[in-house]
Design a protein around this ligand. Structure first.
Ligand SMILES: *Cc1c(COP(=O)(O)O)cnc(C)c1O
Length: 355
């Protein structure tokens, strides 16, 4: 604490990301990174861009990357907004679209960065409780709001809802923006992006993606939002009032190559989904109760062992998972899906702990 902190800084409760331990030989299953490397084409593009051109500023608009994203998703480049990780995109979304006279609505259990942005920007919010099985009921959002945001699949539960549910939400919320954070969409969830194609693009739907999870580029920091060109223009106004060059030359080059390598994405995401099914079955045999997941992580609890205890016991065995000390979810562990080998080590450690 310093007397030089501004009043708002004194009130902040910053987001705490999962730890990045420096210890070697850890089974790191705590921050939903991909266990597989990024596309080799992305690495090559980054290497090729590592030259004297780095003395020059990057393209502030990221036009080539916007075009690559637009081409992949059947959109126009005017429907694409870029950011330094989707966390930065989300920050601009909160500041530029969700700060309204009515409170923004999001689930009581969701990505814990949302309330942090609200505090920073002075945005009122209301949390909407998930159902008893931690599911999102879109019907619960039909009350006056200044915007709605949630991940699909939701984090940290891993549960997803159908695109048709989000269409209902849009039909019932024509006067506020609906933001769907699709950070984990590539592991078996229906994306809402098809709704944005062509002339029927809703004026109030924004979909946020990241290259940090399924494209295995968390270290590069690239995220994007797609939506109606007027929403994107609003976000550009915020971005150009904050930082004109959020994406460096290396990030733009690597991201273009990663976006164009859809085969690598499909291949690695399928491996993760396959490992997930096997892990859920093995945990089931050990007595765990796991929520149905379409993400690259699972949310699971054991009826006889407290979440905090299991977290600690795994840690002592060199396996790092995530535990949240929050109401309703204290008994759960959020476990990132790693390789089959890492899954095997996890199951072996749990067997030992439970015996
Ligand atoms: C990981 C994650 C993000 C942020 O990803 P970036 O690395 O900042 O692109 C955003 N939303 C959710 C729900 C996430 O889990």
């Amino acid at each position: 604490m310093s007397r030089f902190w501004s009043p708002v800084v004194q009130t902040l409760t910053p987001y705490v990301p999962g730890e990045q331990p420096q210890m070697q030989r850890l089974v790191k299953l705590n921050t939903n990174e991909s266990p597989y490397g990024p596309s080799p084409k992305a690495l090559e593009a980054i290497r090729n861009q590592t030259n004297d051109d780095l003395r020059l500023y990057p393209d502030p608009e990221g036009a080539a990357l916007k075009q690559a994203i637009a081409t992949l998703h059947g959109l126009s480049p005017q429907q694409v907004f870029l950011g330094n990780g989707s966390d930065e995109v989300l920050a601009h979304v909160f500041a530029g679209l969700l700060k309204q006279s009515k409170p923004v609505h999001f689930p009581d259990i969701t990505y814990s960065f949302y309330p942090v942005y609200c505090k920073l920007f002075g945005i009122e919010y209301k949390t909407v409780p998930l159902g008893t099985d931690f599911e999102i009921h879109t019907g619960d959002y039909n009350t006056p709001n200044g915007g709605i945001i949630f991940p699909n699949p939701n984090a940290p539960t891993g549960r997803s809802i159908a695109r048709s549910e989000i269409e209902k939400l849009l039909a019932n919320n024509t006067d506020s923006v609906v933001v769907i954070d699709e950070a984990y969409v590539d592991y078996g969830t229906e994306s809402c992006i098809p709704l944005l194609r062509g002339n029927s693009c809703p004026e109030n739907l924004l979909v946020v993606h990241t290259l940090s999870k399924s494209r295995a580029l968390a270290g590069l920091r690239v995220g994007f939002a797609v939506g109606h060109p007027a929403l994107i223009e609003g976000l550009e106004r915020v971005k150009n009032s904050f930082n004109s060059y959020p994406l460096g030359r290396l990030a733009q080059a690597g991201a273009i190559a990663a976006i164009e390598d859809q085969a690598h994405l499909e291949n690695t995401s399928a491996k993760v989904s396959n490992t997930r099914s096997k892990l859920v079955a093995q945990l089931n045999t050990l007595g765990f109760d796991t929520l149905p997941s379409t993400a690259n992580f699972i949310f699971t609890r054991h009826p006889k062992y407290a979440g905090a205890k299991l977290y600690q016991a795994l840690r002592e065995r060199g396996i790092i998972v995530r535990h949240f000390k929050s109401p309703r979810i204290e008994e759960f562990l959020r476990i990132t899906i790693g390789t089959d080998e890492q899954s095997g080590e996890l199951v072996a450690a749990l067997k030992e702990i439970l015996s």
